[in-house]
Design a protein around this ligand. Structure first.
Ligand code: ADP
Length: 339
C-alpha cells in the first residue's frame, strides 16, 4: 500500500550502496488517454514534429512503455510484493490519476518589458509509481516546473493537479495541508534543521502534520537509509551524503504520494550521489513512490524511468529509460541549439 516501514514489520534496508540499477520497463502507470498520455507530454507544449522515446508526442502511450491506469500509490511498481509495504498510509493517488499533473501551464514573472515566461503552455503528467527526471539548459524552466507541480509557486494560467486533486488557486492553508500529507521534498541543500538530531529531523514532518510520532517508525526509516547508527547525530556531524539520506528519510516518513527532488545529488560526491540515487530508485521499485526530480546530471537522470527535456519554458523531448550517454547527448544538443 504505502511506503514506509511499520514497526514490527521492518522493511529490509534499502540498498546502502545504490549500485547500478537494472533496466526494466516503465511501470504501467501513465495517465489514461487524452493529451496528457502519450509520453506524459501534450502535443501543444512541443514543437510540431518531435518524436519522443520512439513514440509520437501527444498521441497514445509510447510503445512498450505506458498504458492503462495508475495504481494506488504504494502498490509495487513491478507487480512484486512491496517489501515491507506499510498499511495505513496517508497519501494515495486515485486509480488512474498521475501523481502530479500540469495542464497547459504558463508561469510568467514580472511584466511589461521585463516579462519572463518561465513556463510556456506546459502539459505534463508525472505517472504514479514512476520516477521522472526533468532536464534542460539553465533557465529553461525546470525549477519553476517542479515548484508549480508541488504548489510551491502559483501558475499564471493553466491547471495543476496533485494526486488527482486540483490545487490551482487553492488557498495557502489547503496547500500547506496537502504538502504535509501528500508530498515529500528533497533539495540540493538538504534543508535539515541544524539544532535537531537526525531522529528529530525525520520526526518533524509528522509533528507538523499533527500525527502521532512513533519513535520505532522514525528509527526504522532511518535504518532503511543506512543511518540506524546515527540517530542522535546533528547535521553538522554528518557527511553531505548522510545528511541527504536523513532528508530522504524525512521525506519518506510521511509516506507521500509524490517526492519532489530538486538537484538532490547536486552537492554530493559521486559515491554519495550513487547511494542517494539508489535509495530513490528503491523508493520507486519497492515502495511504489512517485518521484519528480530536477537534475543537471545525466548520470542521475539515467536512474529515472523517464527523462523529459525542457528548453525555453517548453517541454521538447522525452526519453524512456535512457542511458546517461543518451541523456548527455540530448542535453548537449539542446544547449547548442540557438535560443
Ligand atoms: P532552471 O531551473 O531551468 O534553471 P528556472 O525555472 O529557475 O530555470 O527559471 C526559468 C526562468 O524564469 C529564468 O529566466 C529565470 O530567470 C526566471 N525566473 C525564475 N524564477 C523567477 C522569479 N521569482 N522572478 C523572476 N524571474 C524568475
Amino acid at each position: 500500500m504505502t511506503s514506509t516501514p511499520t514497526p514490527g514489520t521492518p522493511t529490509p534496508a534499502l540498498p546502502a550502496t545504490g549500485g547500478a540499477v537494472p533496466r526494466r520497463t516503465v511501470p504501467n502507470t501513465a495517465p489514461s488517454g487524452g493529451a496528457l498520455a502519450g509520453g506524459a507530454l501534450a502535443g501543444g507544449a512541443m514543437p510540431g514534429t518531435a518524436a519522443v522515446g520512439g513514440a509520437a508526442v501527444g498521441g497514445g502511450p509510447p510503445a512498450g512503455a505506458e498504458s492503462g491506469g495508475a495504481p494506488v500509490v504504494g502498490a509495487p511498481a513491478d507487480g512484486a510484493p512491496g517489501a515491507g509495504a506499510a498499511t495505513g498510509g496517508r497519501a494515495r493517488v486515485p486509480m488512474g490519476a498521475p501523481a502530479a499533473e500540469l495542464r497547459d501551464v504558463t508561469r510568467e514573472y514580472g511584466g511589461g518589458n521585463a516579462l519572463v515566461r518561465a513556463l510556456d503552455g506546459v502539459s505534463i503528467a508525472f505517472p504514479a509509481g514512476s520516477w521522472t527526471a526533468v532536464m534542460g539548459p539553465s533557465g529553461s524552466g525546470k525549477s519553476t516546473l517542479l515548484h508549480c507541480a508541488a504548489g510551491l509557486d502559483r501558475v499564471t494560467r493553466g491547471r495543476v493537479l496533485l494526486a488527482g486533486q486540483e490545487i490551482t488557486g487553492a488557498p495557502d492553508a489547503v496547500l500547506t495541508g496537502l504538502r504535509r500529507r501528500t508530498m515529500g521534498f528533497v533539495f540540493q541543500s538538504f534543508n535539515l534543521i541544524g539544532s535537531l538530531t537526525a531522529e528529530q529531523n525525520v520526526a518533524l514532518p509528522l509533528k507538523l502534520a499533527g500525527a502521532r510520532v512513533r519513535r520505532d517508525e522514525v528509527r526504522a526509516v532511518l535504518a532503511a537509509v543506512g543511518l540506524g547508527d546515527r540517530l542522535r547525530h546533528r547535521p553538522r556531524e554528518l557527511s553531505g551524503g548522510q545528511q541527504q539520506r536523513v532528508a530522504i528519510a524525512r521525506a519518506m516518513v510521511t509516506r507521500p504520494a509524490v517526492l519532489f527532488a530538486d538537484e538532490p545529488t547536486g552537492a554530493l560526491d559521486s559515491a554519495s550521489a550513487r547511494t542517494v540515487l539508489g535509495l530513490l530508485r528503491a523508493m520507486v521499485d519497492r515502495e511504489g513512490q512517485s518521484i519528480a526530480m530536477v537534475t543537471h546530471d545525466p548520470a542521475a537522470a539515467a536512474h529515472a524511468d523517464a527523462v523529459v527535456f525542457m528548453s525555453d519554458g517548453r517541454l521538447v523531448d522525452r526519453l524512456v529509460r535512457p542511458t546517461a550517454r543518451e541523456v548527455a547527448d540530448r542535453l548537449a544538443r539542446l544547449e547548442a541549439a540557438p535560443c
